[in-house]
Design a protein around this ligand. Structure first.
Ligand SMILES: CC(C)(COP(=O)(O)OP(=O)(O)OC[C@H]1O[C@@H](n2cnc3c(N)ncnc32)[C@H](O)[C@@H]1OP(=O)(O)O)[C@@H](O)C(=O)NCCC(=O)NCCS
Length: 206
């Protein structure tokens, strides 16, 4: 098919958000069938333990719509993650531009949220590695950050597995959460393009 045909028939988000493949996963643009499993994981109190509250179906759909609109505008975006042949949608992994202001913004973050049945298999770091490659090699970013509430251990482990590093002096209070909120204190992890390339070429030569 010619490129011009693809431009006429593909939804804009598909053009802006290319599919990425990893050894076990497909990172792809969102589709309407993702909305139901996305609402199910957003309604799971364990998945949402480190967020203010689980999401209603309406809130979940609104969040998915905003993810798809950002992708369609060509902004760094969150992919829907599929385990081909096993699970058509397990959650999201990808890039985003935080909308709040802090000492490290503007910036691009890498983030993830997976259904509980798929935790502990290394899917988030595997998908995030592809998202980081895309961010540095295709989008040409100099740095990608990640952050979470201090007590949220699993994503902090994922950040460490990706070679990201934290300076405690950069811990911050999330401006969207009120003073005294149990999740307000956040840690910040950073990764530069050079650090990522060095780590990638080291792992390839081993
Ligand atoms: C963060 C998240 C995406 C990690 O995904 P994942 O694919 O399970 O990542 P990994 O398999 O590499 O596991 C990361 C760590 O999670 C922890 N973990 C794994 N399975 C777990 C389980 N069933 N229950 C609790 N923690 C678990 C382990 O500490 C693991 O580290 P280890 O590999 O050194 O033992 C996932 O836990 C999640 O969706 N959490 C809820 C949403 C969230 O908090 N997102 C981050 C907001 S910033």
């Amino acid at each position: 098919m010619h490129g011009s045909d693809a431009d006429q028939t593909s939804p804009p988000e598909q053009i802006a958000l290319p599919e990425l493949r990893t050894p076990r996963l497909l990172l792809r643009p969102w589709c309407d069938d993702d909305l139901e499993p996305y609402a199910a994981l957003n309604a799971d109190p364990e998945v949402m333990r480190h967020f203010p509250a689980p999401l209603s179906r309406e809130e979940s759909d609104r969040h998915a719509r905003s993810i798809r609109e950002r992708a369609a505008r060509g902004e760094p975006a969150l992919w829907a993650v599929e385990v081909p042949g096993t699970a058509p949608f397990i959650g999201f992994v990808g890039l985003a531009v935080p909308s709040f202001r802090a000492h490290f913004t503007p910036c691009v973050e890498v983030g993830w949220r997976l259904a509980r049945a798929h935790w502990g298999k290394g899917y988030a770091p595997e998908a995030a590695l592809a998202a980081l490659d895309h961010g540095f090699d295709v989008l040409g970013l100099d740095e990608i950050v990640s952050f979470t509430s201090v007590g949220n251990a699993p994503p902090r482990r994922v950040m460490e597995k990706l070679g990201m590093h934290r300076d405690p002096a950069e811990d911050f209070d999330h401006p969207s959460l009120p003073e005294g909120h149990r999740l307000r204190r956040h840690v910040l992890y950073r990764l530069s393009a050079d650090e990522h390339r060095r780590a990638r070429s080291g792992s390839r030569s081993r």
